[in-house]
Design a protein around this ligand. Sequence first.
Ligand code: ADP
Ligand code: MG
Length: 374
Amino acid sequence: MEISELGEFGLIRRLAKTIQPTNAETIQGIGDDCAILNCPDGTDQLVTTDMLMEGIHFDLTYMPMHTLGYKSAQVNFSDVYAMGGMPRQITVSIAVSGRLSVEDLEQFYAGLALACQEHQVDIVGGDTTTSVTGLAISITCIGTVPHGQAIRRSTARPTDLICVSGDLGAAYMGLQLLEREKEVYYGQLRDLQERLRQAQSQEGHQQQQEHIAQQIRQLDFQPDFAGREYLLQRQMQPQARRDIILTLQQHHLRPTSMIDISDGLSSELLHICHLSHVGCRVYEERIPLDYQTAAMAEQLNLNVTTCALNGGEDYELLFTLPISDHEALRQIPSIHVIGHITQPELGAALITRDGNEFELKAQGWQPFADDWQD
Ligand code: ADP
Ligand code: MG
């Protein structure tokens, strides 16, 4: 069977079908943002792991090593916050291709260290090996949460409010921007290479050949992002939302369910709905957007709501709260109520600005889809 027939989540479900934890301290195994392990000291440990592959998850054409290290760590911390916990340690495994230098890897570690410092996390181990296909990074994060307090995907209840932190779609727009600039760069490179070939095929153009060869050597990836810095930052340097977890605690707000948005709002909300056996109604007009996201979508002729629903890599938190918390939420500008949880029979619905109702579908990032288009 082709893996694309199942997709990522179908594949995980199938592989995990027969896996049953047997140890008493394994409270939650496969299926949430982290595993939950009970410790004798009365806390629960959270464990999550993520793998990032060059050419799939990142492109070294535009991703500096320092930024890559920073983002790799943030992405992992985000899964721990998505359980309401605090990240404490990471292990870092890398498979390195011959193209990278020691200095490149030092930059990567400086980025990792910066993220760890911001989130009070220790780097406690890992593994190092070689790769023939490009750089691979696997980070495992260990976090803690008071016993029984981890917030799962499976515990949303009808009438709960659906909340999201920050704004959505900007990271996806940032990626579009980078891809566009990369095309420009490779276009310039191809033109120069073609001119070099022509010069080489003619007699007596030695000086011209040398001139073009020099231009090729000096051609640098120097994209123009003026006025779009926010989009770029959201794509390159996501910030795992520790602040939101602390804010919720300060206001004594305890989400009934939570997940982080790595694959897109639709996909994550459907995870909550499926696992909690509930439906949802989300209002298009309430989905938080930055104005740079909207401006960029218009420029690229993309539907901004589609980008916010399916874009992914926002690393915001999506959670549900009892309806009685509505007043308290008004005092927290970084949290937006975008809809509510319903009985399962009502399905998952998006209510558009003009009042039409659509079924919410997961079109987020699918690693095993043959072709993913916006
Ligand atoms: P997230 O997007 O939050 O990182 P994933 O969608 O990657 O979560 O994974 C969903 C769940 O499936 C998690 O509990 C994860 O640990 C588990 N999982 C993913 N891949 C595998 C695998 N190859 N073997 C066992 N469990 C897996
Ligand atoms: Mg997650």
